[in-house]
Design a protein around this ligand. Structure first.
Ligand SMILES: Cc1ncc(COP(=O)(O)O)c(C=O)c1O
Length: 424
């Protein structure tokens, strides 16, 4: 698989280099030069998740590793299901929270750990990543205990849910966690600055596990196929998919699935009031506001990193950006929607509720809707219990980590301090 840097197309790398490097020159994102097209979608959809995902990922990256290596990587990474659940007659939920850290990030995090272990070569690696809540846990658990790999995770202090924090800030060992006095965009900016620092990058073998890393996105492509495989056959040609979006990695993966030939009619990008993208699609002006804290905190992002990849996909496929519908939901609407969903018999959490609401507003006569449920409701226990007036049982992993002490360091939003910390 050959990839180019979107900012500097002359910079070209293969999959292994893209996985190791994360970002290209001048913080440019890597993008696949060619995306193959499957003509036999029905055959593909008839396969079980792991087997189908092996075929999809093999079509994308098998030139650089053997089929059996790749098959093993997928088998090791995708050890849990992604069920589609009917919420109402023409609206279905794709539940992506049945992995070890109860969020969709387990797909990408676990596959990336497998990919890196395969292509890493010699020497020490430091994974530096920023999280708005769920990436941290998925990456920490996927890399925990791996030899010669240090992981440093930055997150906005006080701006992720207490249980999200417990899940990854209690591990210790090769996982260090840092609460930054700032918001997620600040954390993301620090990671980018670190990547721009050539000396630092080389000294500690810097790598990123954010959705800027192509291996994570490619893994996520597979669950869009899984969703379609589980939908009733007669629905498959008219499906609109609503993606709860923050950094727009998940939407990028969906668009890659569509480029591969998956017959998704169109996508809806659903955000909270951090609405840079819906405003941009309406006005044509890219004007990020200050990031605001919301109930769907993992989407509190006003400078979405993956947006250039989204635009590149539209451009390369000759799709009009106007086909991408997008809208924002505020917290009181999110609360109201969670209650409505619960009344219909579906227990959700704020991110999924944002996706459901925008989907319902956007769905046209004759279309079928699918929305992505990106986290387990118990990860947002405090808000879900308050809004729905109920008590949630904690799944086993969460209960175990909830009882452990936090091990995080606290740091000013300052690159020099972070640099010294990484080198020390
Ligand atoms: C629960 C949850 N939903 C949605 C998102 C947004 O996904 P993306 O950043 O890929 O747009 C995140 C990202 O952290 C998340 O953790």
């Amino acid at each position: 698989m050959n990839l180019y840097n979107i900012k500097h197309p002359e910079e070209q790398v293969n999959f292994a280099q893209a996985v190791r490097q994360g970002l290209g020159k001048n913080q440019g994102l890597f993008f696949p030069e060619n995306i193959p097209h499957f003509d036999d979608i029905d055959e593909l959809l008839a396969l079980p998740l792991v087997e189908r995902s092996q075929k999809i990922l093999s079509a994308l990256i098998s030139t650089e590793m053997t089929e059996s290596q790749l098959a093993q990587m997928v088998k090791n990474a995708f050890t849990f299901p992604a069920p589609v659940v009917k919420v109402e007659d023409n609206v279905y939920a794709l539940e992506l929270f049945h992995g070890p850290t109860l969020a969709f990030k387990d797909f990408g995090g676990r596959f990336m750990a497998q990919a890196l272990a395969t292509v890493r070569g010699d020497g020490k690696i430091t994974i530096l990543t920023a999280t708005s809540g769920d990436t941290g846990a998925a990456v920490a658990h996927a890399f925990y205990g791996l030899e010669n790999i240090d992981v440093v995770i930055l997150y906005p202090q006080g701006k992720i849910s207490p249980l999200q924090e417990k899940l990854f800030c209690t591990l210790g060992g090769n996982i260090r966690t840092v609460a930054i006095k700032g918001d997620f965009d600040d954390c993301q900016a620090l990671v980018k600055q670190a990547f721009d620092d050539v000396e630092l990058r080389q000294t500690i073998g810097l790598n990123s596990a954010n959705s800027i890393n192509i291996s994570r996105l490619l893994a996520q492509v597979c669950y869009y196929f899984e969703a379609m495989a589980q939908l009733p056959k007669e629905m498959r040609n008219n499906v609109v998919v609503s993606v709860p979006s923050g950094n727009f990695g998940n939407l990028t993966a969906g668009l890659i699935a569509k480029s591969l030939g998956l017959p998704i009619k169109r996508f809806v990008a659903s955000t909270n009031v951090n609405d840079t993208v819906p405003r941009y699609l309406r006005s044509g002006n890219w004007q990020p506001n200050d990031t605001v804290a919301t109930l769907s905190n993992a989407m509190d992002v006003s400078r979405p990193n993956n947006w250039p990849r989204v635009e590149e996909l539209f451009k390369r496929n000759g799709w009009a950006l106007s086909e991408l519908h997008s809208d924002a939901v505020n917290d009181s609407e999110t609360e109201q929607t969670l209650k409505q969903m619960y009344d219909k018999g579906y227990l959700c959490e704020p991110h999924g509720a944002v996706a459901y609401r925008v989907l319902k507003q956007d769905l046209q006569e004759g279309e079928n809707g699918l929305f992505l449920c990106t986290a387990h409701p118990a990860k947002f226990k405090e808000s879900v219990e308050r809004i729905l007036q109920l008590e949630l049982d904690l799944p086993e992993t969460l209960a175990k980590h909830a009882a452990l002490p936090l091990l995080s360091d606290v740091m000013e939003n300052d690159f020099a301090t972070l640099r010294a910390y990484l080198l020390g």
